[in-house]
Design a protein around this ligand. Sequence first.
Ligand SMILES: [Zn+2]
Length: 372
Amino acid sequence: MIRAHTIRLNPMPEQESLFRQAAGTARFCYNWGLQAIKDALDQGQPVPTARALRDAFKRIRAKDYPWTFAVGKSAIEGAFVNLGRAVKNFLDSRSGRRKGKQVGFPVFKSRKRGYGSFYVANDRMQVDGHTITISKIGAVNMTEPLRFAGKILGATIRYQAGWWWISIQVEIDHIPPQHTGPAIGVDLGVKSLAVTSDGEVFENQKHLKRALRRVKRLQRSMSRKVKGSANRHKTILKLAKAHYRVACQRKDMLHKLTTALVQQASLIGIEDLHVAGMLKNHRLAQSIADASWAEFRRQLEYKAPAVGSRVVVIGRFVASSKTCYHCGDINDALDLSMRVWDCPNPVCRAHLDRDLNAARNIRDAALRLAGA
Ligand SMILES: [Zn+2]
């Protein structure tokens, strides 16, 4: 079974210009082929096949259109395949072989209707986590990893609604179940482990707090000891052990949290590390929060596909903690010590827990990014 996953891309400016160039070349080839078909029809000749058109184009390409060599060859091949499909759909529709709405004769693609799209063949790209490496374009960041495991057949990159998107076709044998849960946003904290947009609070467990206090105490004690002394060395060993305990306990809690989340929600929005790390914290708490954020994301992303849920990571441009989830007002003056969101907008006056407000903004941003 073939499934497609559409993912938003974060291209660098120079990559974006290569995208535009590839889409423009694909549009040119499509229109060139369509003109050749029209010419054949005008002269009473049979409609040339997509393959014949492609070969004819290849013969004159170097001489007449050398600039088309700047883009990957699959963009050009894909354009002729698309044209062939459009002609076939038209012919099948007219003969009645294709059911449903009548399909018209293909029309020229216009730049006025957007940058358009181009095809990337499976041997011209490589997907690894959040990165897709495309030949002649390089490594491009994807806002979420590919949801399906299986053989990648190909992909189409298109510009839509102000963003570049890639739709990757995958041949899969395991069909993920349909998840019927709602979308939720998760605000990962330090004081409590996490708060969801449904208002659910996952607390840090007591033994973790105890272990954290021990780490702090040992750190203070170590800094008082003479460098190179045996006592200092002993404390360093104790500290390493205490750190390890904290990491294990945190990991264990994260497993419970991520399992609960993927079971509850069909779409899970989380913030990018750099946004989540905005909270002002003691350096120690910060490094632990950072480490657990990466682990949190890793766990969510491998657990979600198995139950048909998906994870959307919100970039750093969304100020989730300084925006009112209800009316969208922004309070830049929000003090980090304030635990409650009091909306400055006199009409709105939303009043709720600050982390809950953030979680709801994350959920809404995830829904927007997922195109839901
Ligand atoms: Zn408000």
